[in-house]
Structures are given as C-alpha cells and as structure tokens.
Write a protein that binds this ligand. Structure first.
Ligand code: ZN
Length: 248
C-alpha cells in the first residue's frame, strides 16, 4: 500500500496514538538491544546480562556491562520519525507516544506525552523505596568501587524493563490511551514483544483504525487499515510534507 492511504488515515484523525519500536531508533544509530540478531546475544547470554535474575546475581557486573552501552546513547539525536510525532502532538492530533525504546529520543525531539513502557536508560530506581536517581551517577559510583545500593539499603537498578520483569505503571496508561484513540500508528516495531504488541489488537477491537509502517511484515498486518513496508525516515519525511508539518 502507499503513502496516500497513510496520509488519508492521519489527516482526519483527532486522537492518534503512536506505538514506536526499535526500528525508529536504528535510524539514529541505536542498536536494538532486545533483538536476537544484533550480534550482542551471540557473545552474551541474555538471561545473564538482561534479565532481573542476572541483575540480582551480579549487580556490579551488570552496571559495568550496560553502563558503557547506555553511555553511548547520550550522543544520539532524534530523526525524522521522532520529529513527525512531536509535530503531530503540537498540532493537537496526537494524544500519546507509547514507546518500547529506552533512549529518550522522543523527548529530545520535543514530544511531551511519552509513555516509556520499557523504561528509560537515563534513570535508575531503588528496588525498595522506588526513589530514582540519574543512571550515570550510579554507574560512576559502581565504577569507583561502591555498591549500587540506596540509603534505604535496597539495590538500585537501571530503570529499564529486563527479561522476567513486569511493565511499569505507564503501561496501564498506555492501555487507556489505546482504548480511546481513533488511529493507532505503529512505527518500527516488529510487534513480537508482549504485552506491548497486544496494544494493537486492543486498539482495533476498541474501534480504532491501525496504520503500520515497518521494514518487515509483522503479525498484525492483516488487521491494519494501512500497512507500509518501507524505511521509516524517507516515508515520514514525505508524510510530514504532505500533511504540512514542519520537522523542526
Ligand atoms: Zn531505597
């Protein structure tokens, strides 16, 4: 299908919810940490380095491994897709960006209504009292030999969702916005990670129209009103032009 159909879907919409996945960030040079085919998992066992069990077995090793990788995210910049969604929010047509990405690039592009359902690499959170601290502070403390522990005595964990963990409270809000939207625009998600992927059939059964743009086919293509298998950057730039939105 073409960009024409996507343009028609969005131009009449009043309560768009965007659901974004790793494909949105790869064009900003960010590898897909959770994907099985990014090379990382060939050398490391995800159940050790990306699971809550692995974190508890070796908190310091966990910070040493991820501290460096998360640090690289600070230099990344938002791209056309992030900017398009921020522009739709400024126009009042978009109620929420639900993102599986932890890189903060939707905020960097100017989006304010962002639900980070897999957490954020910028924060760490105490597993006891739930207090948050900037992640880089904890990384620095661990590097200088301190334990990643809160003043309350509990462990401090990067505030990203690991394998084996529940989703944060933001997910309940994501479900609410999904039920209330008139269009769900899915960008760069393979829709294989649950429960987030389940938001797409939820939107559809709540009466919303679904548009999907992703490089590869996915499990909910049949249910979507519009499906576009394309690279995001070029498509979103062209779409912004057609909708008269500035990608500042
Ligand atoms: Zn605490």
């Amino acid at each position: 299908m073409s960009l024409d159909a996507l343009e028609r879907l969005l131009s009449g919409a009043k309560r768009i919810v965007a659901l974004t996945g790793a494909g949105v960030s790869t064009e900003s040079g960010i590898p897909d940490f959770r994907s099985a085919n990014n090379g990382l998992w060939e050398e490391h066992d995800p159940m050790e380095i990306a699971s809550i069990g692995g974190f508890h077995r070796d908190p310091r090793g966990f910070y040493a491994f991820w501290g460096e990788r998360f640090g690289e995210l600070r230099e990344k910049r938002p791209n056309a897709t992030h900017r398009l969604l921020a522009a739709l929010e400024r126009e009042g047509a978009l109620t929420s960006v639900i993102t599986q990405n932890i890189d903060g690039l939707h905020h960097a592009a100017g989006s304010e209504r962002v639900l980070e359902v897999h957490g954020s690499y910028r924060r760490a959170r105490c597993l006891g009292c739930r207090a948050t601290t900037p992640l880089e502070d904890v990384v620095r403390r661990v590097a200088s030999g301190e334990a990643p522990e809160c003043s309350c005595g509990a462990l401090i964990k990067p505030d990203v969702v690991l394998f084996g963990e529940m989703l944060p409270p933001a997910f309940a809000l994501a479900e609410r916005y999904t039920r209330e939207c008139d269009v769900m625009l899915v960008l760069g998600s393979s829709l294989t990670v649950h429960p987030v992927a389940g938001l797409v059939p939820l939107a559809h059964s709540s009466g919303a129209k679904v548009g999907i743009v992703n490089r590869d086919p996915g499990p909910y293509d049949e249910l979507a009103e519009v499906t576009l298998h394309a690279e995001l950057g070029a498509s979103m730039t062209e779409l912004a032009e057609r909708l008269g939105l500035s990608l500042r």
